[in-house]
Design a protein around this ligand. Sequence first.
Ligand code: KG4
Ligand code: ZN
Length: 344
Amino acid sequence: MQRKNIILGIESSCDESAAAIYDSQRGLLAHALHSQVALHADYGGVVPELASRDHIRKLMPLIERVRAEAGGPELTGIAYTQGPGLVGALLVGASVAAGLGMSCNLPVLGVHHMEGHLLSPMLEAHAPAFAFVALLVSGGHTLLVRVDGVGRYRVLGQSLDDAVGEAFDKCAKMLGLGYPGGPALAALAAEGRSDAHDFPRPMLKRPGLDFSFSGLKTAVMLAVKAAPDTAQARADIAASFEQAAVDTLVAKCARALAHTGASRLVVAGGVGANRKLRDTLDARAARDGFSLYFPRAQFCTDNAAMIALVGSLRAGEMRTGIASAEARARWPLENLAPPLATVL
Ligand code: KG4
Ligand code: ZN
């Protein structure tokens, strides 16, 4: 059995630098984040080298800030995002973790970013019990996962092409919206009619739990080309795209719950911040009688609170004396195993 732990979490897998401190008994003590949105905006997407350099500038001040905000607690370990993500960006967090571990004589653990997203609803007071089905929807992933416990994951379905967040970002670009596109597209959609275009609901007619968003993306591209250049026409396309994407995600969630017999659904990852998705799932949960769990919107997108939480749950696997930084650009979720020892 693991004793009480207090873990520093570090996140640097993409375009957010973040630090947090999680206490196994008191919960989240502090979290802080610096978004690189402004840095990459002119380029219309994340520039990996700029991302890495900015993580180098921002991580240590963020760590200092959360330590101060948490009241300078005695840390018992450090968790950092080891992958998947941009390898240069990951290496910055990994190096900071290894360096701090050596200098402060603290054990260190590399954490799977998607496991962080998967377990992020456990940061909330209304936390799900195992087992549950999780819909992970981010810029890089669209996954339906059966979760039987920490480290006990089975992927039920995934996108065969673009991730849903990527589809939001690309459609936003076609509509002349800036990066990151998801929130901007959702805001524009609120001004439009969701039944203006009958866009395809990909893969709904076929059995199974996989997704595909390239057909929907193409339909949006053709609609943009054919539409008049007016704000209302763009808003109608945005609303119709959002409706098609949300309908597809919700239908597949309902199918995954029926398939597994689970009665709890967790939604996490950046697209989980989408209001229409949340409201539509809420209505479906009331209708079908399943329980729905979301982390708060700021823990749907990338953050270090979820990384510190995973570090706390996996504290038994932390190792001291790790001198080299390790990053994994690719890392299948199903390769994870249950923790060696779990904190009660
Ligand atoms: O989880 P996340 O912050 O980073 C990754 O690990 O990818 O997800 C970012 C993705 C982006 O594609 C962004 O456009 C999308 O989440 N996103 C949204 C919303 N907020 C963020 N998509 C739709 N509606 C939103 N409100
Ligand atoms: Zn993420």
